[in-house]
Design a protein around this ligand. Sequence first.
Ligand code: ADP
Length: 303
Amino acid sequence: KKVADRYLKREVLGEGTYGVVYKAIDTKTGQTVAIKKIRLGKQKEGVNFTALREIKLLKELNDPNIIELIDAFPHKGNLHLVFEFMETDLETVIRDRNIVLSPADIKSYLQMTLKGLAFCHKKWVLHRDMKPNNLLIGADGQLKLADFGLARIFGSPDRRFTHQVFARWYRAPELLFGAKQYGPGVDVWAAACIFAELLLRRPFLQGNSDIDQLGKIFAVFGTPKSSQWQDMIYLPDYVEYQYVPSQSLRTLFPMASDDALDLLSKMFTYDPKARISAQQALEHRYFSSVPPPTKPASLPRPP
Ligand code: ADP
């Protein structure tokens, strides 16, 4: 069955945060694509203009490490977003016990993630929902960030579906303290959690509620001191916590290099104003020291 006279629908790829995702063939180009059908729910008047304007901006966000939004159109009351088709995602790679990730492979995945982030942050677009299953991997091994900006357009996904609890594990402390105004630092914190997950091969900070998530963060990094993070006390949900000392990252990540741990700790800085930016992270010596990052085409992948 054709959608909008152009896309031949194939099988369902999965149920996502915003609705069903289909595999399809673009008859105009012959390319395989993924179509995300977004339920517009309450907005009975159809796609609102703000959303359409924002989507137009996303279409212009072209970078090798950002998934390309090929087309966007309303159809039968749903909004359809057409993306390039991707073979797998980073969560699948991390979970696959048959895949060995070398230090060079980890460096490559982190570098591609930060490149995508730095590009978007330069254009003042935040991702806001970074997690390993949003980092898609193409047949050529390139990692591309998916769902960029969608959280802002369609509302915070975790409020919509309960299966979205995993996003909590990647949430920055300022968000957990209820910050309403936040910046690119939230994506850098999430990228740090993903870096840690690549090293550990399991999610690093697995909180089972927002409060517990803060507790998990404090248990590792210690309770933040006001000297470390001056604006913390002004955040809406800030409460004083009982003192907890910090642990050494060296003990938690015995296999990581000194350069890797130095970068990791700079990405895990409490004060979002002092946290390293995606661009600065790319310039960190971790990326210029040996081993060089694995070329995308040589990265290990699931069968
Ligand atoms: P979530 O919102 O839970 O992150 P998504 O809506 O992004 O999920 O995706 C739902 C399913 O569709 C997932 O199984 C994902 O792997 C698949 N999918 C999403 N985008 C693509 C794509 N561009 N190419 C291939 N599969 C995709």
